[in-house]
Write a protein that binds this ligand. Structure first.
Ligand SMILES: *Cc1c(COP(=O)(O)O)cnc(C)c1O
Length: 536
């Protein structure tokens, strides 16, 4: 039997033109499939079409976030002549897939994006694949049923016979039920499923009340099956844990935390990675091509960055930095300077990421010779996260004119490329232990940009103090005031003096960042680990 993996993810950041992702989870899914395409892994992706995307972010002058539906060119993909239907909320809902091809070096991976906006569907059901993470619990459970159950049915209708199902976060766990209906053998189901959990934050684990499950899935499941599935609620993580032969967290520390959260399950860890060619800026791609042409097929050879000439590393960086500063000045009229030390901070805006930490002491920051570029979206229902954006806007005003800082709207793949490669330092300040992995610092590492980060997620593995960057605070826990002071101390005493007065040493850090972290925290290494430990 030919091996084939079906990879289910509620969000996939496939292409900068396709805004069907909200953050790290989707970017990881995209990078994973890009590496699979390069490495000849027989896999296909399943996700929802999310016709109106996550949302397009606009910000007013006070930092109030307004969310607009995104318009994106769906017809860059092909609508396939296959339909299935499943009963949801006591109606039949037809589902049809679109196909997008991820082109690797010499292999291709298809992604199927499921769509319910079909004439035969009830008007409400036509909206079920419109908004990523939109709507209420019923909307969300319906979406998860379309992805999980609909996804398995679609694959079958197209003639695929996957030997493995990889569920990227619990959203697609209902696929287990559909596969069980087919095989009618729990141990066979178990052998086929691989589950990756992505967050220690409880709100990231979906649970649905039993009465809602009854309303949405009646017609698909009978009463007895519903009773078996949930006592008083349906817990997607529990369903996935219970029925997968391989479960992993996304960094070593996250594996440990997940084992504590879910005692009794064997949980491994595979540390996340990012796609090296996708995330390296053009100047760095050219630099690597010139000195280690093998790096595209074999990112491990980035370790030879130890012998890259200093001058060329810094020249490549200044080109990438110029792109960013020009973009900032063009779009925000900020008058930023190529030669001023530039801090990058961009990620989802939500309380645990502590975006306020950088701005704890405005007076102290004002005395530093720096400029700051920020970006990030808050989930439409995350009022705290939206408040964080407003607070940052206020800090940006307070810093002016001594320190120029800017918040760029609508953080997406393109902006992420620009900011992670064009900053001099990547700052990351989440509350321990909430950052499962974090991946944006890996993107900057591929561009020779070191991190100043809390010791959580991947940075526990990536930080070699004063060699690949710097740590903030303690390993065990976070404390706002202490962490902020530590961060400022390192900036004032180590980082800024090295950047301005000891450039050779600064470039040494850049070189080690590439050689030690770029060579390891990439999705080729990650996919190889999934293949060896989980897939085949
Ligand atoms: C990489 C990326 C993220 C994830 O960044 P983290 O550091 O893991 O929070 C989120 N959004 C976009 C657009 C990205 O490119």
């Amino acid at each position: 039997m030919e091996e084939q993996v079906a990879y289910f993810s509620m969000e996939v950041a496939i292409d900068p033109r396709i805004p069907t992702y909200s953050g790290g989870l989707g970017v990881l899914a995209g990078d994973n499939l890009r590496s699979c395409a390069d490495l000849h892994v027989p896999i296909m992706g399943l996700t929802l079409l999310s016709r109106k995307g996550y949302f397009f972010q606009k910000l007013d002058s006070e930092g109030n976030q307004m969310e607009e539906p995104t318009n994106w060119p769906i017809d860059i993909m092909d609508l396939l002549p296959v339909k299935i239907s499943l009963p949801l909320n006591s109606r039949e809902v037809a589902v049809q897939p679109w196909k997008y091809i991820v082109k690797g070096v010499n292999h291709e991976v298809p992604i199927f994006l499921l769509d319910t906006d079909l004439e035969e569907n009830d008007p409400g059901d036509r909206e079920l694949t419109s908004y990523l993470y939109g709507g209420d619990d019923r909307y969300r459970l319906s979406q998860e049923a379309i992805l999980g159950i609909g996804g398995v049915k679609i694959l079958k209708a197209m003639g695929y016979k996957p030997t493995r199902y990889h569920i990227n976060e619990g959203h697609a766990a209902l696929s287990i039920i559909e596969v069980f209906k087919e095989l009618n053998d729990l141990s066979e189901v178990n052998k086929r499923f691989v589950f990756t959990t992505h967050t220690p934050v409880p709100a990231g684990h979906d649970r649905f009340p039993k009465n809602l499950v009854e309303e949405v899935l009646r017609g698909y499941l009978n009463e007895e099956e519903i009773d078996k599935l949930c006592q008083d609620e349906l817990n997607m993580t529990a369903l996935a844990l219970e029925n997968s032969h391989y479960v992993n967290g996304v960094a070593k520390r996250h594996g440990e935390i997940s084992r504590d959260m879910f005692p009794g399950y064997q949980i491994d860890s595979i540390t996340n990675g990012v796609h090296h060619v996708f995330w390296a800026s053009k100047p760095f791609r050219e630099l690597y091509d010139a000195h280690m042409p093998d790096w595209r097929n074999n990112p491990f050879s980035l370790r030879y960055a130890v012998s890259l000439p200093s001058k060329e590393i810094f020249q490549a960086h200044m080109k990438a930095k110029k792109e960013l500063i020009d973009f900032v000045n063009r779009s925000k009229n900020t008058g930023m300077d190529y030669d001023v030390f530039t801090i990058g901070f961009a990620r989802r805006f939500t309380r645990y990421k502590r975006p306020y930490l950088l701005f704890t002491d405005i007076e102290r920051l004002r005395r530093m010779k720096i400029q700051i570029v920020l970006a990030g979206k808050a989930h439409p229902k995350d009022n705290e996260g939206k408040g964080e954006i407003k607070n940052v806007f206020k800090s940006i005003n307070d810093l002016y004119p001594e320190v120029k800082a800017v918040f760029l709207e609508n953080y997406d793949l393109n902006l992420a490329k620009l900011i992670t490669s064009g900053s001099d330092l990547w700052v990351n300040t989440p509350q321990i232990p909430n950052e499962a992995s974090g991946t944006s610092g890996m993107k900057s590492a591929l561009n020779g940009v070191p991190s100043l980060s809390v010791l959580d997620g991947w940075w526990l593995e990536g930080n070699i103090e004063n060699i690949t960057g710097w740590s903030i605070g303690e390993v065990s826990h976070s404390e706002d005031t202490k962490d902020a002071n530590d961060m400022y101390d390192k900036l004032e005493r180590a980082i800024l003096p090295m950047f301005y007065e000891d450039r050779d040493n600064w470039i040494r850090i850049m070189r080690h960042t590439i050689a030690l972290n770029g060579s390891f925290f990439n999705s080729h290494r990650m996919v190889q680990q999934y293949v060896l430990r989980a897939y085949f």
